[in-house]
Design a protein around this ligand. Structure first.
Ligand SMILES: NC(=O)c1ccc[n+]([C@@H]2O[C@H](COP(=O)([O-])OP(=O)(O)OC[C@H]3O[C@@H](n4cnc5c(N)ncnc54)[C@H](O)[C@@H]3O)[C@@H](O)[C@H]2O)c1
Length: 338
């Protein structure tokens, strides 16, 4: 039997619960680390592993770690990933990879220097209808892509921001596109490619008292391949999440994958072809008073283990993580002073 990978988790908050569960199912959770004593001890007790207050101590005391998973606030991903990479350990970093492209570049350089993997969590790529859509685009079944539309209509209320010491802050959160919708931006890049022109208007309509940035935006895009696109996003959908969808118009087919979490094939009309997926039953990550993206972290760890033990292909590389951050940065730059 293959040796189980030894993994440590940095950050023991909400998403770390998902990581801990799937690490334990597929590998060994050796240690957790969090500056918050209660959170690190709770997770360490639940999974019977060591708890550390700092990354320095974790790296010093835990020998033979194969991977560290970074689940800290967005603005700390770069420093924490680089620290672990420089200790010679592979890193799985939560999305967004960072909140500036400069930080992403430093992370990629650090990984290159020590020849370790830097993998970014983009679990929506594993949603069944999304994976199928990506496949048929790559096979050319939709023909040339001419237009794509992304709708991100979620609810993040006052309680959501009140319950966090970093969400809503420019320095650690970065913006609504980083925390709520970077998965969606990633899909644009992954499915349609890089973007030539961006024109954006953003506003903070409902969260001026507790969020330092946009809560709503409209963005028009022109891709390198000539396709046009729009992104319409808000966290002001009344009372609850409403929709997370992507519609792709190709010369030979139109497909919409929607539902709240890109989990429902809502429309398909494709020349001589029918997609098989109708609905993905798996629930989204449920945090009690709000819901996040699809809960596909099991697939993320399957990929990480395949990469580290079987020479598999990284599902989302540092470079792809950077592209999402770069596109979001360009959207915010375009929106400045408008
Ligand atoms: N893939 C997804 O669908 C998904 C879902 C939710 C969150 N996330 C991402 O995961 C990350 C964490 O989000 P969350 O909602 O779990 O946040 P959270 O606030 O619940 O957890 C973050 C944890 O990091 C800890 N921390 C802060 N500074 C630290 C340090 N220097 N060393 C060690 N620990 C430190 C905090 O004490 C906290 O417990 C964010 O980047 C977020 O964008 C991804």
């Amino acid at each position: 039997m293959k040796k189980k990978l030894k993994i440590a988790l940095v950050g023991c908050g909400r998403i770390a619960q998902r990581h801990a569960e799937h690490i334990t199912n597929q590998a060994t959770l050796a240690a957790v680390c969090d500056i918050n004593e209660e959170r690190r001890n709770e997770l360490a007790t639940k999974y019977n592993c060591k708890a550390y207050a700092t990354i320095e101590e974790l790296l010093q005391k835990e020998k033979n770690l194969d991977l560290v998973s970074i689940c800290t606030p967005n603005g700390l991903h770069a420093a924490h990933s680089i620290q672990c990479l420089e200790a010679g350990i592979h890193v799985l970093c939560e999305k967004p990879m960072a909140i500036t492209t400069d930080d992403c570049k430093r992370m990629i350089d650090a990984a290159d220097k020590v020849k370790k993997h830097l993998i970014v969590v983009k679990q929506n790529r594993f949603n069944v209808p999304i994976a199928e859509l990506k496949k048929i685009i790559a096979e050319g079944r939709l023909g040339k892509i001419i237009n794509v539309q992304l709708n991100c209509f979620w609810n993040r209320n006052d309680l959501y921001y009140k319950n966090s010491d970093w969400k809503g802050t420019k320095a650690l959160d970065g913006g609504t596109l980083f925390t709520q919708f970077s998965h969606f931006i990633d899909l644009l890049y992954w499915m349609v490619g890089d973007i030539k022109n961006i024109n954006a208007i953003i506003r903070n309509f409902m969260h001026k008292h507790n969020v330092e940035f946009d809560d709503t935006g409209v963005v028009s895009l022109e891709f390198d391949n000539g396709a046009l696109g729009t992104v319409n996003y808000t966290v002001n959908s009344f009372e609850k999440n409403m929709e997370g969808s992507i519609t792709v118009f190709g010369e030979k087919g139109t497909v919409k994958v929607g539902g709240q979490y890109l989990n429902v094939l809502e429309h398909q009309s494709i020349e001589n072809y029918k997609m098989q997926t109708v609905f993905e039953i798996k629930p989204a990550n449920d945090y009690g008073f709000y819901q996040g993206s699809m809960s596909n972290h099991d697939k993320v760890y399957e990929n990480v283990i395949d990469v580290l033990t079987n020479n598999g292909t990284v599902a989302t590389s540092g470079f792809e993580g950077l592209k999402t951050v770069e596109i979001i940065e360009r959207i915010y730059k375009s929106a400045q002073d408008k």
